[in-house]
Design a protein around this ligand. Structure first.
Ligand SMILES: [Zn+2]
Length: 594
């Protein structure tokens, strides 16, 4: 048997001290079970390319982009100039709101390894190498001890343009580079739109600027910013081939929510308030990792009363995420997989309720398939951002906030948890580290109707790594449900589809259903979590004595499930073309919502 440490769920949040911007990053000092072996190279060793890690999702870091800093506005100024007063006011705002500017090296290390940055980390960057940076911004940054990065287009070093804008000289840049608060990056030679020029010119812009900066300044050029943010796949490839490790665009969004490390989001400085708001939209303890084997054991059933409401809970066994190419009753999913217990799974596309297709909301992986089923509807991604993805494998389990641009990619899950077998996107994170999430915290998951009273369903893990599934036998809001689960001593819990989908099955008996009418079965669902193992004999008696949820097996045309002899494996062989489709079920008599 595997021994478990007393504190199995480690939350990957702790402060680290700031490292200087040109320093060699130390090898990662945190090793957890889900860390692959590729974490230990140092940042000054080129070659190995690393993308954004799902471990970074415990934070949201805004990167701010400035251009010129000018004394006062005049006929020649543009909207993306900042006056020195405006810049000073923004630095004060950052400070007053508790933000800590960090260097590009720190950001890179955080994004690629999940290393912790201070709470409220922020990154300050400047484009186009303006002299105004040195004259007006740098003294303020120095005074505040704030790190900053400058992206230099080398064709303009030391040049004053016709409009009278000066650009810093090599001497000034050299002086700045001696300061650990300063990082320099490349911004091409001539500032072209890289998507509009040929591949040979693109490469020349990338490599010539890199070598000029390296030769003049004696530093390794790891970071790049696209002129005007313009980039595409081939340009990103060229940036990577030229030896850059991280590149910045001008798309709004926290750095962790960037599509990849070669197009990291940046907010223009006039959107500082939005940047800070976006950074706040994250639950505390956003990445929960259970570092121990998912504990197998007899599958138990119990009921617990809280404030006159009943919670039905199954624990133990080996949980498996299962999907149907149509929709099934939970008990059908169990039979098909020789499981002894089960619960309905995640949310699905309600528009298609009468159809037989299967449109899960969010990505899903089942134990028997090597790849995830990605979420292919980008239109809804902003709405489901930050909902919890729950994932598990033989040696660990984790809950991480959903970041759609990153999380439709198998490689990232495997980097995060090499032996992941199952995952799905849940509706809300109900209990974290034994504590119920509050109504306000649940709102961050933006699940519609999350506080409406329904017979709600949940899945998660206990303190020792035992999996559980639970359902309320009475209608409750999600925050009431979270309290019930916390009282039942669950460690981590996520919300499953609820209401008419709720269906908790133990053995051959439906213990909780979404319908108050005993004769109405729960609606069939496209996804379920089934439990492999053996039923605990004592629990079987308890389940026998408990009032079942319905008296009718939901698959019309089959014998009533309660008439099946208890303990008999009720396994039916499925023809590959069999469809337990929605049309086999009575049509819903009410409008079905989540
Ligand atoms: Zn520029």
């Amino acid at each position: 048997m595997v021994k478990f440490p007393s504190r199995l769920w480690a939350v990957l949040l702790c402060a680290v001290t700031l490292a200087s911007c040109h320093s060699t990053s130390a090898p990662s000092d945190r090793q957890d079970v889900s860390t692959s072996g590729s974490q230990n190279s140092t940042s000054d060793q080129p070659a190995e390319f690393k993308d954004i890690s799902l471990r970074a999702l415990n934070q949201r870091v805004p990167v701010i982009m400035y251009h010129d800093i000018i004394r006062r506005r005049g006929p020649g100024s543009v909207w993306f100039d900042s006056t020195a007063d405006q810049f000073e006011a923004q630095m004060k705002e950052i400070q007053d709101k508790g933000y800590h500017p960090v260097s590009l090296d720190d950001l890179y290390k955080h994004l690629t390894t999940g290393s912790d940055l201070p709470d409220h980390a922020i990154v300050l960057t400047f484009d186009d190498n303006y002299q105004g940076f040195y004259d007006l911004a740098w003294p303020i940054l120095k005074q505040d001890n704030f790190p900053a990065a400058m992206f230099v287009h080398t064709g303009y070093v030391g040049v004053t343009t016709k409009s009278g804008r000066g650009h810093m000289s090599w001497e000034t840049l050299k002086k700045l580079c001696k300061d650990p608060l300063f990082t320099v990056g490349s911004h091409t030679v001539s500032h072209p739109d890289l998507t509009k020029i040929g591949p040979i010119e693109v490469t020349k812009e990338l490599t010539d600027s890199k070598s000029a900066l390296e030769e003049h300044l004696g530093v390794t050029m790891n970071y790049f910013a696209y002129p005007s943010g313009f980039n595409d796949g081939p340009v990103q490839d060229a940036v990577k081939d030229a030896g850059y490790k991280m590149a910045f665009t001008m798309a709004n969004g926290p750095a962790e929510e960037s599509p990849n490390i070669l197009c990291v989001n940046r907010y223009v400085q006039t959107r500082l308030d939005k940047a800070l708001d976006d950074a706040e939209q994250l639950l505390s303890g956003a990445v929960g990792v259970y570092a121990g084997a998912v504990k197998d054991g007899p599958v138990t059933y119990s009921e617990q009363e809280f404030d006159g409401r009943t919670l039905a809970i199954i624990t133990g066994g080996r949980p498996q995420s299962v999907v149907s190419d149509t929709r099934e009753a939970v008990i059908d999913f169990m039979h098909q997989n020789s499981a002894v217990a089960g619960i309905n799974g995640t949310f699905f596309d309600m528009a298609a309720i009468h159809s037989t297709d299967n449109k899960l909301v969010g990505p899903c992986k089942t134990f028997d398939k090597p790849s995830i089923l990605p979420d292919i509807e980008p239109d809804r991604w902003p709405k489901i951002r930050n909902r919890p993805v729950i994932m598990w494998g033989p040696t660990s389990a984790a809950i991480i906030p959903y970041d759609p641009p990153l999380m439709n990619d198998d490689a990232r899950y495997k980097d995060f948890m090499p032996d992941v077998t199952d995952l799905f996107l849940a509706g809300a994170w109900l209990v974290h580290d034994g504590q119920p999430r509050t109504e306000e915290e649940l709102r961050i998951c933006s699940s519609k109707d999350v506080q409406d009273p329904r017979r709600r369903a949940a899945f998660g893990f206990m303190e020792d790594g035992t999996a559980f599934a639970a359902a309320a036998k009475d209608s409750v809001s999600s925050s009431q449900f979270a309290e019930m689960l916390s009282n039942a001593k669950v460690k981590e819990a996520v919300l499953l589809d609820s209401g008419f989908s709720t269906s908790l099955v133990y053995g051959e008996k439906i213990m909780a259903s979404g319908h108050s009418t005993a004769s109405t079965p729960s609606r069939p669902v496209p996804h379920a979590i089934v439990f492999q193992g053996t039923l605990d004999p004592n629990s079987e008696k308890a389940a026998e004595a408990a009032i079942p949820a319905t008296t009718q097996y939901s698959d019309v045309g089959e014998p009533s499930y309660n008439q099946a002899p208890t303990g008999t494996r009720h396994r039916r062989r499925r023809s590959p073309h069999r469809r337990t489709s929605a049309r086999n079920y009575p049509p819903p008599d009410v409008t079905i919502t989540h």
